[in-house]
Design a protein around this ligand. Structure first.
Ligand code: BDR
Ligand code: CA
Length: 323
């Protein structure tokens, strides 16, 4: 299996990502690190530990990371993820506490100890990853790829042009992009499109197995389209969100990616936190190098096979429970 570490801000859709990762046989989830984002970092740690317990994977090491972005003040997304950051589903408190070590230390340890290069999957503001890269740059020698949920080539969500994870800590995202390892950007252009139909969500909610049932509850908390009405037959449909980035680790062919220069706007004002993706046609290597500034090349996901990822997700989360 692929050694994977998830850095998250659990988070309704981060929880969906964790459920998938612990259940997919091609993934060896070696650690989970937590960062402030959707809610405060202690809330994120609690939610993460609870989800792993509910998913039947209480042994995976979990560490607490950054309390706030490098420069920005912390800004929660409780309006999206509920007061507890995870849909206010009334989940039990976790039985265990996080690792003694902080997230950066755990990341370094697990990356360097892995017999095979690790795939890092950040689904949250990139503060922990930036601190890791600046503190222990040697980790890049054992990182296969970073598949991160963040950014957008098109419209944003936290602002007209910026996606939440990048907007929350733009400097950290800029550090990530220059890590010097292969990077896949699973941004809003694909993130918002992978939606589980209402009938599947209802079936999951009725499942006897707790992990599958939790996935159903979480999906029901994620309206597929903002502004969908209660009388809409698809009202229960829910987006996979961050979980799509983990699908991309096991099934990269479900995405259409283009290798493109990406730069994070760090300027104050309306573009701050935008991932500026250079989609100009005919931009060849020569032109890039002749440009005023060389931007890192990132595999930007611009299209996704929605049915394929929905099937992969459901088959994994439900299949494991009945195995
Ligand atoms: C991202 O922001 C968070 O609220 C979600 O968990 C996801 O990682 C989407 O912009
Ligand atoms: Ca997230």
């Amino acid at each position: 299996p692929i050694p994977v570490i998830i850095d998250c801000d659990t988070g309704v859709d981060d929880a969906l990502a964790l459920l998938f990762a612990v259940r997919h046989p091609a993934i060896d989830l070696r650690a989970v690190t937590c960062v402030a984002g959707n809610t405060d970092v202690d809330g994120v740690v609690r939610n993460t530990l609870t989800v792993l317990e509910q998913a039947g994977a209480p042994e995976i090491p979990v560490a607490r990371g950054a309390e706030r972005p490098l420069i920005e003040p912390p800004r929660s997304a409780r309006h999206v993820h509920g007061h507890d950051g995870m849909g206010d589903l009334g989940l039990p408190a976790p039985r265990r506490t996080p690792a003694e070590v902080d997230a950066v230390t755990l990341l370094r340890r697990e990356i360097l100890a892995s017999p095979r290069p690790v795939t890092l999957v950040p689904t949250a503001p990139l503060t922990n990853i930036a601190l890791l890269l600046r503190t222990h740059p040697e980790v890049t020698r054992n990182i296969e790829r970073i598949v991160f949920m963040g950014g957008a080539a098109g419209a944003g969500n936290a602002s007209p042009v910026a996606e939440f994870n990048v907007w929350h800590d733009p400097e950290a995202a800029a550090i990530l992009l220059t890590a010097g390892v292969p990077i896949t950007m699973y941004g809003l252009d694909v993130f918002t499109r992978v939606v589980v139909p209402a009938a599947d969500v209802r079936r999951l909610r009725a499942a006897a197995e707790p992990g599958a049932r939790l996935a159903g509850e979480l999906l029901a908390h994620r309206p597929a389209t903002p502004g969908s009405r209660p009388d809409d037959p698809e009202e229960d449909a829910g987006g996979l969100g961050d979980a799509g980035a983990v699908c991309a680790v096991v099934d990269p062919d479900g995405l259409v990616t283009h290798r493109l220069p990406v730069e994070v706007s760090l300027a104050p004002g309306p573009t701050r936190g935008q991932t500026v993706v250079d989609r100009r046609p005919r931009i060849g290597e020569a032109e890039l190098h002749e440009g005023t500034r060389e931007q890192p090349l990132v595999d930007v996901a611009l299209d996704v096979d929605v049915e394929r990822y929905v099937k992969l997700y459901l088959g994994t989360v439900e299949g494991a429970g009945t195995a």
